[in-house]
Write a protein that binds this ligand. Structure first.
Ligand SMILES: [Zn+2]
Length: 121
C-alpha cells in the first residue's frame, strides 16, 4: 500500500543518522550557547533584515528565533522554535522529520538515532 507522505525521500534519507530534537528546549540551549543552530538562524535573520530594510531591533535578544521554521519532510507538519514539539533532523539540520513520521518510517528507512547534544560535539 502506498502512503501519500512518500515521495522519493528514499533517495536522500535512507540509512542515515537522525538527531532527536525537542522544542522549545533545543532553541533555549542554542540561544544560551550560541551554537551552530543559533548561528544558522542568525545568519539567515541578518540577511533577511538587511534585504528588506527592517530595523535591527528584529535581531535583538532571542527575536532571531522567529525567522526560522521548517516543515516535516514527509507530512509538512510545521516545526517552530517556540512550539512544544519533537522533531528529528539530519546532521546538517537541513531536513526535519516529525515524531509521527519518524515512528512510521523508521524501519523502512533504517534510521539510527542520536541525541541533539551530539550535533554540537
Ligand atoms: Zn511528518
Amino acid at each position: 500500500m502506498s502512503d501519500w507522505r512518500l515521495n522519493g525521500q528514499e533517495e536522500y534519507l535512507s540509512n542515515i543518522t537522525l538527531y532527536k530534537v525537542t522544542f522549545p528546549e533545543f532553541w533555549e540551549t542554542a540561544y544560551r550557547n550560541k551554537n551552530t543552530f543559533y548561528q544558522k538562524i542568525a545568519r539567515y535573520a541578518e540577511r533577511f533584515v538587511a534585504g528588506t530594510n527592517r530595523g535591527t531591533e528584529h535581531l535583538e535578544g532571542d527575536k532571531i528565533q522567529h525567522f526560522w521554521h521548517e516543515h516535516c519532510e514527509f507530512c509538512w507538519e510545521k516545526a517552530l522554535t517556540d512550539k512544544s514539539c519533537e522533531f528529528y533532523c539530519t546532521e546538517d539540520m537541513y531536513y526535519w522529520i516529525c515524531a509521527e513520521c519518524f515512528h512510521d518510517f523508521r524501519e523502512k528507512f533504517n534510521w539510527q538515532v542520536k541525541s541533539a547534544e551530539e550535533l554540537f560535539r
